[in-house]
Design a protein around this ligand. Structure first.
Ligand SMILES: Nc1ncnc2c1ncn2[C@@H]1O[C@H](COP(=O)(O)OP(=O)(O)OP(=O)(O)O)[C@@H](O)[C@H]1O
Length: 558
């Protein structure tokens, strides 16, 4: 439990699910041993109301209702687990099989699965149960087989999606067998949705098995499960309503326990989930700025860590004055993005962020600053313009969002303002661009589109996380020109991340060099230009800059 707690997996849903699940398991193991007599012995006390002796009363044959509900737990759980196992194993085998087969079989297989899913599984199960004759085994097989198509379809769809990833393509190119690709790359990556679906299938199987027994096609007397108990109590529902309570409450509790456990297990299966961020102290939304502190951004002793694991940002302190452009350079993985995203109040949710001070203007980024002010005062420009925008929405809707949501500008005026701004960053036919979806625009256009929004929303701080890295060199040049322009015209402060020393030297007033989660050196552009650097790592960064020798050496070879 301490291990679970340390890893952030000891969630209320895990605790609730385990508690309920354990209770059900104890009932399933002990009730048939300890309560067999009151549950099955016929007595004269037929149809008794609830009393101290019989908490839920007795049935028509004088048997204790509560004891019967508890004893039925074992058979119900075994049957449900059996049906779920058939549906899950069968579904995975069929789903992965369909995905592994050739295009023709795959197409026909998928169509068949879709057709099967279109029929309610209970009707499917009714047909199978009717053919196999009622009983425990036949109802388990019927419900299990009926659950296979939906599981198989999800498996095939997930497998199809994963099969287009680069790591699967590479494995195939390297000649890894389809079976090994499925076991090593595909199945582990769909564990989370499959686990969630498995718990859903368990709950559905429970209800469907109970329904089969309720209508007389499932468990037959003298055996009994929750469904058969509901059937038996139906005759007493008006005279002895408490008789239905036992099996109904047990069905609900079993379903809830399984869903809660499934939720917690799914979080465990996903390495990116299940850990919750800690912000310390979850302080006020705004902080008081001491007299004489002119900084727009102040960060003191920022630490970002994986809960219970590695420290990724190790005590970073920095300031950005209003209108100042601060560059952040360093090798990949040195913590630049985590620092910048913490400043913008958007660190990954699963990481723990702590700092003595973390403020932009008077917004406390460790508290819950006003979202309207965040939207107006901070702009973020990401590295990959291809993923910045929602592909299903037109550019106009997305580019005018801050204007409409946080600045209260009407749609028509917002479109006009953004179109003018797009024209200013040299985007041709701006009105038409606003009606287009992001994929119709080039990467450079999308990045300039983002820059254009800052021209109209005039944020105090722009956080730009390698905004030129994904662009080709000529487009980079144009985008950088636009950054210089925003700085000149708007006076916005910037935190500008880049790998490119040339870019930061040109654009920034001050350059911070990061390595292994720490700031190791602070430089002016002049120092960088003259090579006046002290830290060996900064020197190594400078040495790594490619210098193209344009002297006519090649002539010697001609
Ligand atoms: N959500 C996360 N969970 C766990 N580790 C993370 C997470 N995000 C980042 N890291 C790790 O933190 C370290 C710093 O990451 P960060 O993205 O800040 O690096 P970076 O300097 O911006 O690198 P790059 O230039 O490649 O973008 C890396 O080792 C990265 O693997």
């Amino acid at each position: 439990m301490t291990k679970l707690a340390r890893r952030g997996l000891w969630t209320p849903s895990m605790a609730g699910g385990l508690l309920l699940g354990l209770g059900l398991l104890v009932a399933a193991i002990l009730a048939p041993v300890l309560l067999a007599e009151p549950a099955e012995q016929l007595t004269d006390a037929a149809g008794q109301p609830p009393s101290a002796e019989h908490w839920l009363g007795t049935d028509n044959l004088g048997r204790d209702n509560l004891a019967r509900a508890l004893v039925a737990t074992r058979l119900t759980l075994l049957m449900t687990a059996g049906a779920t196992a058939i549906a899950v194993v069968g579904g995975i085998v069929v789903g992965v099989g369909v995905w592994l087969s050739g295009p023709r079989v795959r197409k026909v297989g998928l169509r068949l699965l879709e057709t099967a899913v279109a029929y309610p599984s209970l009707i499917f199960a009714l047909v199978i149960a009717a053919i196999l004759r009622p009983g425990v085994v036949s109802s388990v097989v019927a419900i299990g087989v009926a659950g296979i198509p939906s599981f198989a379809r999800l498996t095939a769809n997930l497998a199809a999606k994963i099969s287009t990833t680069d790591y699967v393509t590479t494995a195939r190119l390297l000649g890894v067998s389809p079976r090994a690709v499925a076991l090593r790359h595909v199945l582990p990556n769909m564990a989370e949705p499959l686990l969630i679906l498995a718990t859903t299938v368990f709950s559905l199987s429970l209800v469907e098995l109970s329904a089969l027994s309720f209508i007389g096609l499932g468990v037959q007397s003298p055996d009994y499960d929750f469904g058969l108990l509901l059937n038996e109590s139906l005759t007493q529902i008006y005279t002895q309503p408490t008789s239905v309570l036992g099996p109904s409450v047990m069905i609900v509790l079993t379903g809830v326990a399984v869903m809660l456990l499934g939720d917690a297990l799914a979080a465990r299966a996903n390495p990116r989930q299940g850990r919750r961020a800690v912000r310390n102290p979850a302080g006020p939304p705004v902080v008081e700025i001491p007299d004489g502190d002119t900084a727009l951004v102040r960060v003191e002793d920022l630490r970002v860590r994986v809960p219970g694991g590695a420290e990724l940002v190790k005590g970073v302190s920095l300031t950005i004055e209003p209108g100042e452009v601060v560059g952040l350079v360093g090798e990949s993985g040195s913590g630049k993005s985590l620092t910048a995203m913490s400043v913008a109040g958007l660190p990954p949710a699963e990481l723990e962020v702590r700092a003595d001070v973390l403020r932009v203007d008077d917004l406390n980024m460790l508290g819950h600053p006003d979202r309207g002010r965040l939207g107006r005062e901070i702009s973020i420009i990401y590295q990959d313009p291809g993923t910045t925008f929602n592909p299903s929405l037109r550019m106009g809707v997305q580019l005018t969002e801050v204007l409409r949501t946080h600045l209260g500008v009407g749609r028509g005026r917002a479109n006009k303002l953004i179109a003018d701004a797009l024209a200013q960053v040299n985007i041709s036919e701006p009105e038409r661009r606003l009606r287009q979806h992001p994929h119709k625009l080039s990467g450079g256009m999308r990045q300039r589109g983002m820059i254009a929004t800052t021209l109209v929303t005039t944020p105090k701080l722009i956080v730009a996380d390698e905004p030129t890295t994904a662009l080709d060199v000529t487009v980079q040049h144009e985008v950088l020109r636009q950054f210089r322009r925003i700085h000149r015209e708007q006076g916005a402060a910037m935190l500008f991340i880049s790998h490119d020393l040339g870019v930061v030297q040109e654009l920034c007033d001050r350059i911070l060099v990061m390595r292994h989660g720490e700031i190791v050196e602070q430089l002016t552009p002049g120092q960088l230009r003259e090579g006046d650097v002290h830290h060996p790592y900064t020197q190594a960064l400078m040495d790594a800059v490619l210098v193209v020798d344009t002297s006519p050496v090649r002539q010697e070879f001609s």
